[in-house]
Design a protein around this ligand. Structure first.
Ligand code: CA
Length: 437
């Protein structure tokens, strides 16, 4: 993986809030997103500190070339992603030069005059049109614990070590961080019998996602050596899950209403280039699994297709907020616990002929570590509601109650580099709709 001057830890921005090591968005990150303000239309921007730089305004001021105009004209980033990882990297480099303390003072003045927007004044949007959403199951500790908790024998299915398992999710209900999440209706079993009503076992799932850059034609699989270059960048994903509905409905065809009601994403696409310093070897094989089959094997991908990202989930209840208590951290894990790389997921997705499209969202599956404290869902943290999770108000949780807010956070830290983060991926549970007559 190529490291260059854009990763230089000595680099600083003239946007002061980007410096000092605490911001998710130092000049070494520069993720892209879609924002709007004051009722205006959605526009592309780049995050720096607690500010957004409007990319169309930067273009209009002549600070980037006219060739960018068509890629930044839409109300999503699909066109930019379709142009490919190299082009996305060029835009990130260009933005870095404009925001560097070494930039010409006239450039700074022009951006401050016409293109700098406080994040606090902006409404963020899902950054692509999300033509497709796919969710994998690449967190092996989650897969195994889920099997144990549901008394599957063996807990890990025999196919798990052979290929990344996934399912086609629901794209239309992907929502941006901050939007409320309505408790779904379905058939949660009551005293063992299915009864239509609100889910009582509402859960979160801590996941990473990638957005697809260039897709593939129908019937034309992507080779493993090319797969990483199909990844535009990364985000956090909360794949909200109604466990009671899920456990009842998922035989034999898999999750449906238990997952399709809402999926929350963080606002920014953290680019492939920005993540270069935080690559890691893929975790070791477990359970005597043989090496992956040839079409999923690539030495470079095995050596640095993993990701070293510290991941956390934080919870606040309505009572905690009423008492002015901050959110509590309920889990801390790391993306190194993924058993398959995103490149392998992309290969597996396309190998049967499926066409991926620019802007598609592909999520990892719940990322849990080997211990209960590192679990990426309430079902694991509470052992399906049998272990009470204490909150500072004296309340306890097995699953999520109305008014609960879950926030996912991600942070990449490595000696010699400036830490970067992903921004927040949060959602608050609101009451289920009335049961229709
Ligand atoms: Ca999931």
């Amino acid at each position: 993986m190529i490291l260059d001057r854009t990763h230089d830890a000595a680099r600083r921005s003239w946007v002061d809030s980007a410096n000092g090591g605490d911001s998710d968005f130092p000049i070494q990150n520069l993720p892209f997103g879609i924002y709007s303000r004051d009722g205006g239309g959605p526009r592309p921007g780049v995050a720096i500190g607690d500010m957004i730089v409007d990319l169309r305004a930067v273009g209009a001021a002549g600070l980037i070339g006219p060739e960018w105009a068509t890629l930044l004209a839409g109300d999503d980033l699909d066109a930019l992603l379709r142009a490919g990882v190299g082009t996305i990297g060029l835009l990130r480099s260009a933005a870095g030069d404009l925001l560097d303390t070494a930039a010409d003072p006239a450039i700074r003045a022009a951006i401050e005059r016409s293109a700098l927007v406080p994040m606090a004044a902006a409404q963020m949007h899902v950054p692509t049109s999300v033509p497709g959403f796919t969710d994998f199951f690449a967190g092996i500790y989650h897969a195994e614990e889920g099997g144990r908790l549901t008394k599957a024998d063996p807990p890990l299915t025999r196919n798990y070590g052979a290929m990344p398992l996934g399912y086609n999710g629901r794209a239309s209900s992907v929502r941006i961080s901050g939007e409320p999440v309505r408790r779904p209706l379905g058939q949660p079993p009551v005293d063992g019998a299915p009864e239509f009503g609100p889910s009582r076992w509402l859960d979160f799932e801590l996941e990473l996602g990638v957005y697809v850059a260039q897709g593939n034609d129908l019937g034309a699989p992507i080779a493993i050596a090319e797969a990483r270059d199909r990844i535009a960048g990364y985000c956090l994903v909360n794949d909200w899950s109604a466990r009671d509905i899920q456990f009842w409905e998922n035989q034999p065809l898999g999750a449906f209403n238990s997952k399709g009601f809402s999926t929350t994403v963080s606002p920014w696409i953290v680019t492939q280039q920005a993540m270069a310093p935080f690559r890691a070897p893929l975790m070791d094989r477990l359970h005597g699994h043989p090496a992956p089959p040839r079409y999923l094997s690539d030495a470079d991908d095995q050596a640095q297709g993993g990701l070293d990202i510290q991941l956390e989930a934080w919870l606040s209840s309505a009572a905690m907020r009423d008492a002015n208590m901050g959110a509590v951290r309920i889990t801390a894990t790391n993306a190194r616990h993924l058993y398959w790389t995103f490149a392998q997921m992309i290969v597996q997705h396309s190998c049967g002929g499926t066409n991926l499209r620019s802007g598609d969202l592909i999520a990892s599956g719940t990322i849990s570590g080997p211990t209960r404290e590192q679990s990426g869902s309430m079902a694991e943290l509470s052992a399906v509601g049998t272990i009470a999770i204490p909150l500072p108000t004296g309340e306890t949780r097995g699953f999520l109650e109305d008014g609960d807010e879950v926030s996912l956070r991600a942070r990449c830290v490595r000696d010699g580099f400036v830490p970067i983060g992903f921004g927040e991926c949060s959602g608050r549970i609101i009451a289920a709709p009335a049961v229709p007559n």
